[in-house]
Design a protein around this ligand. Structure first.
Ligand SMILES: *Cc1c(COP(=O)(O)O)cnc(C)c1O
Length: 380
């Protein structure tokens, strides 16, 4: 099946005694049994469900849907992107191990790695992944994992996954990639040999800004380990959020197609505006487009605060990937936890605005940004 078909047909066909066209929501904390033999069947592996923390049809569906699209054997859904990242990391790393991660990480991932993993005695080195020699130099005796993002935030650098996997293989390390910004519609890291792929399903997988969820995909072996972490740490996803996630997922290819096209057009227009110093937008990220995030660095003649005030119908929200166009301020939100010195080195500036382009009419989107840019000029 082609991507667009798989995208809407990942669920099992409804069984004989179900009459609903859509999968029912199993809004239950546990499952009931006819008798003790019936319950024993679960422990013998003949039944799938016992207790929702251990597994639920709606959350399993979300994991399966994303795994199908990523080309993975199995997927595990969890309560958030961050809990999926933690489950993936703990499936590979234990106390005493070391991880090498890119320094331009999503802020929440940085906090997890820099502060929480240290308490588990897992040490993380943050290095510039554009410089392969630096990555290789950071690898130590106890290194087990290389961690990066397929399209980084907010500078939208496209990672070279082939060379990263080659490097990891030379040192017998596992690789893990956050594919949130790209989605499997644009980039499928497993096809390059990446071991673990993680999503904040809060973003494009859900697509409607109405849930928090994470999904991790990979081999059966790694997913069994990660699933055990989700179960034992209690970071399972609720059934309704799993159901919302699958409902959103079904339109992923439509949304990404439109949103990437709109973003490409907006990026092209913004490049010509004198109020914009620099536009960050990937080139050749995939043959289906370059994603739906556009980051701009405003010129000195533009007032950032005034720009945000002039944005008319565009929402100012500290997230991305909804069907509505929205903007955020990385230095004030997602990158607040990143040390200022690192931000400076990365080029994340106080004049930077990250635009998450929605599914609206292309010209309406362009018009609202052009008007805001023209209205935020500083007059001496
Ligand atoms: C939002 C985000 C996360 C964290 O996901 P949550 O669902 O908020 O826990 C991780 N990585 C990236 C790239 C994100 O954008």
């Amino acid at each position: 099946m082609k991507f667009q078909t798989k995208n809407v047909h990942f669920q099992e066909k409804i069984t004989a005694n179900e009459i609903s066209k859509t999968k029912p929501i199993y809004q239950t904390s546990a499952f009931s049994f006819q008798d003790l033999e019936d319950m024993e069947d679960f422990f013998q592996g003949n039944k799938d469900y016992l207790y929702t923390r251990l597994g639920n049809p709606n959350t399993d569906d979300l994991g399966k849907g994303v795994a199908d699209l990523e080309g993975a054997k199995m997927g595990v859904a969890s309560s958030s992107g961050i809990s999926a990242i933690l489950a993936g990391v703990l499936a590979v790393a234990k106390s005493g191990d070391h991880i090498v991660a890119t320094e331009d990480l999503y802020g929440g991932t940085y906090q997890l790695f820099a502060h929480e993993l240290a308490d588990f005695n897992i040490d993380v080195s943050f290095v510039d992944f554009q410089n392969e020699k630096e990555v290789e130099r950071a690898i130590k005796e106890n290194t087990v994992l290389l961690y990066t993002e397929s399209i980084t935030n907010p500078l939208l650098r496209v990672e070279n996954l082939e060379s990263l996997v080659a490097l990891a293989k030379r040192h017998q390390l596992k690789t893990m990639v956050d594919n949130t910004f790209a989605t499997p519609y644009l980039i499928r890291p497993h096809e390059s040999g990446v071991d673990l792929v993680v999503h904040s399903a809060t973003k494009y997988i859900g697509g409607h800004s109405d849930l928090s969820a994470g999904v991790l995909t990979g081999s059966f072996e790694l997913m069994e380990k990660a699933k055990a972490k989700v179960v034992h740490l209690g970071s399972n996803l609720g059934p309704f959020d799993g159901w919302l996630g699958t409902r959103g997922l079904k339109t992923l290819s439509l949304r990404m197609e439109r949103q990437s096209r709109n973003a490409e057009a907006l990026a092209t227009t913004l490049q010509q505006m004198p109020q914009v110093k620099k536009v960050f937008y990937p080139k050749n990220a995939s043959d289906k487009g370059n994603g739906a995030i556009v980051t701009i660095d405003l010129a000195d003649r533009a007032d950032v605060y005034e720009f945000f005030r002039q944005l008319d119908w565009v929402k100012v929200v500290p997230t991305l990937a909804g069907v509505e166009t929205s903007v955020t301020y990385p230095v004030g939100t997602s990158h607040r936890p990143i040390p200022e010195e690192t931000r400076k080195r990365l080029g994340v500036t106080p004049a930077m605005v990250r635009i998450s382009v929605g599914i609206e009419d292309e010209q309406d989107i362009i018009d609202v940004f052009v008007k805001a840019l023209k209205s935020c000029e500083v007059h001496e």
